[in-house]
Write a protein that binds this ligand. Structure first.
Ligand SMILES: C[S@@+](CC[C@H](N)C(=O)[O-])C[C@H]1O[C@@H](n2cnc3c(N)ncnc32)[C@H](O)[C@@H]1O
Length: 341
């Protein structure tokens, strides 16, 4: 097995497919309203290492007509490594990979280490905002999820309701702050994990199979019931109804919904596996991608026992994927919402 690599830029091809879909929608729907204003401000909410931001920025910049300065505001949690983000963008600029139609204006990159569940940029300062595969991350974990890693697997009842309430409040909070930050006429694109049905949500198979690996460790006495029950993925998956709820009448969200679409781009790793039949490489890609997104959460949830448990889990998960690649699908089921202030 290859070394587990925690390089998000390297192991985020699944997320990149959502970005590709977003580029197409930005190409179709983004209309620059900044010509008269001169300067342009673009915000990326949940930018991580920035690799998947480059195609999005290109989709936007190729349609921009302003001749003033352009500011890219890269927002993520304070523990994100912003040196990687800045370097990724600077390298793209130097290599000419970033479309740059700004006349004599400058292109500035600003990093913001704050949670997007707060206001993170000045009021009425953003012309174009986007958030890719990030607004599904929950800040508050209401209760454990026995028998699964995902709250959407909980039966109807008070526990499921508490997760849904937190998810609903987070969505409202995210939107309210973006509403404050956008300029009048500004546009916001949000792409996130969708929930269509019980067995149709992002990484449904990967999460359920990961749980069976943890469960096998429990059956062998390698983890306790308490530890098994603590393990969850702090993420949510939104249905059409949940996505649109804040835009109903009598709400304090006044952003206009321009479009909402759902898509499931194919998993690039699985396509490569089908071509090469290299199940070891597929297992490395899948394990590293999954580990990149959830390992820190597992560490926090398991606290002092995390090293012992997770070292073994990742080895076994890798072996599971290598043995049964067809059981794992990293394709994201995404929604793409376009809003205008
Ligand atoms: C799955 S990554 C997506 C990164 C990138 N947008 C992409 O498409 O590849 C989710 C990112 O959202 C960030 N994130 C999660 N919760 C956040 C919050 N409350 N505020 C800001 N960023 C957050 C994470 O740190 C992570 O970098």
């Amino acid at each position: 097995m290859e070394h587990m690599d925690l390089d998000y830029n390297l192991y985020s091809k699944a997320q990149a497919t959502a970005g590709r879909q977003a580029c197409q929608l930005i190409g179709e729907h983004f209309t620059d309203v900044t010509e008269a204003r001169g300067d342009l401000s673009i915000a990326d909410y949940g930018c991580s290492g920035g690799a998947n931001s480059i195609p999005i920025l290109n989709a936007v910049l190729s349609k921009v007509r302003c001749s003033g300065d352009i500011t890219l505001c890269m927002v993520d949690l304070p523990d994100n490594d912003f040196t990687i983000t800045t370097k990724t963008i600077q390298t793209a600029i130097e290599k000419g990979e970033l479309v740059h139609r700004v006349g004599d204006g400058n292109l500035k990159v600003v990093t913001v280490g704050k949670s997007f569940y707060h206001q993170v940029l000045p009021t009425m300062s953003v012309d174009f905002g986007y958030s890719l595969v990030s607004v599904n991350c929950m800040e508050v974990i209401p209760c454990p999820i026995p028998g699964s890693l995902c709250h959407t697997d909980l039966p109807e009842g008070p526990d499921r309701k508490s997760w849904e309430t937190i998810a609903e409040n987070s969505w409202n909070t995210f939107l309210r702050h973006r509403q404050n930050e956008l300029k009048i006429g500004g546009q916001m694109h949000v792409s996130g994990n969708a929930y269509l049905e019980k067995d149709e949500f992002t990484w449904c198979n990967i999460m359920r199979n990961a749980y069976t690996v943890f469960e096998a460790m429990f059956n062998e006495g390698k983890i306790t019931r308490e530890e098994l029950d603590k393990l969850i993925v702090p993420t949510t998956f939104r249905s059409r109804e949940e996505i649109l709820k804040p835009f109903k009448e009598n709400s304090d969200i006044h952003l206009k919904v321009e479009s909402l679409s759902f898509n499931k781009p194919p998993c690039l790793y699985y396509e490569e596996y089908l071509r090469t039949k290299d199940s070891e490489k597929y297992a490395t890609n899948v394990s590293n991608s999954f580990k990149n997104v959830f390992n820190n959460s597992f560490i926090k949830l398991l606290a002092s026992n995390s090293g012992r448990i997770l070292d073994e889990f990742w080895l076994r998960f890798h072996a599971f994927v290598a043995e049964q690649p067809e059981k794992i699908d990293m394709g994201l089921l995404q929604f793409h919402l376009i809003l205008r202030k």
